[in-house]
Ligand binder design. Sequence first.
Ligand code: HEM
Length: 436
Amino acid sequence: MIRDTVRWAATHGLMRAAIRRQARRGNDDAALLLDPELQGDPFAHYESLRRHRPFAPGAFSRVTVHHGVCTEVLRSEDFGVADRDGSMPAPVRLALRVAGPPAHPGPIDPPSMLAVDAPDHARYRRLVTRAFTAKRVAALRGRTEEIAEELLDTLDDGSGPVDLVARYASLLPVTVISEMLGVPTSMREQFLAWGDGAAASLDLGLPRERWASVQTNVAALHDWMTGHLRRLRARPGDDLLSSLVTTADDDGSHLTERELVATALLVLAAGFETTVNLIGNGTRLLLDHPDQRDRLAADPSLWANAVDEVLRVESPVSRTARSAKRDTVVAGQEVPAGSLVVTVLAAANRDPDVFADPDAFDVGRSNARDHVAFSNGVHYCLGAALARMEGEVALRALFERYPGLAAAGEPVRRPTRILRGYEHLPVVTGRRSLTV
Ligand code: HEM
């Protein structure tokens, strides 16, 4: 309990205070981090940051919204994963050392793949890469189409508006990743509840109660995965997690229990916590742009490109960060060792130097795929091919089954800052009730 309080105070508590202080001094990025309304529509704000090149001053970092600068930082060997604890003042670092590592590390705490550099990063990633190649993903398309059809069969019971997020956008990816990993699909509602409760673990400066609730959900996921891997070790099956357990034991990777659980958990949670936003954001964009829907109906070969355009215009992961490992230079500007650089992926994806008329949603855009919604460099999204396939199958099946789909009330955004998507998206299918 005391350790938890120290850990919260040293990271989120102090960070929250620092962000508030910076916002009072007129720092634009700090203002964004504190203002949910601005987060709902941050794009004009991003344009004000774009005046600073290559970096705008962040709350406690350098911030870039430029596509070229983001790419340069993310690909550079002079940068490593964001060392948030290391960038704290000395007394805070001491407090963190006293508190020790978190009992249940989250997705951006080591030993998560997202939070470590080489050589550990390659050691973890190698174990799961094979399951996510374009070829393996292509083989899952048929089953994903079946899952989409099954969910659409029960979407409309004729009783009125339905929440597209609860009934479709969240269920499709969690079912696919559960089947891939060999975890019971009967657990999918429980995973979604835990995942939803843990999603803010990516955000900074959380209030104490919110942080405590995130920790509870992260711990629940951990405990479940630890037990599941123990069961698989005793009786392995023919699934990805069984092969993770046995390969990690046999091939000299020497993953500790902590590393194994973190790797399995990241793949499971990343598999459904992000794609739900792609499907929700895509649905909303298409509801708002009937002309683009018409183009897709007339030429279904555009669907794959439409998914990249959704990822570009409404990026599900708004930002990520890196720390300079040594003194370096980015876009001609010196960046001292230890500096934190925030790359705003969602803003880079609307960079007018790369994308003509960047705010326009154009499913036929020729360079839509040049977005950085999946990041870049060594941490490039492991599940990019899977997410693209799921997004294409889900959106196409939805709009082909229900050409009259329409919004039925105000959507509600998720309260997370890094993950951008909808918590609720009420729709009517446009199909006449079965009971009529
Ligand atoms: C639309 C959906 C998705 C988006 C927008 C997305 C975005 C991202 C981004 C931006 C990163 C890198 C973060 C950084 O550079 O710091 C990342 C990494 C990762 N993603 Fe995804 N992702 C999506 C879906 C998936 C899926 C379906 C999986 C399946 C398992 C997945 C697994 C991972 C993993 C394991 C990493 C860590 C890679 C590494 O550190 O080497 N993602 N994702």
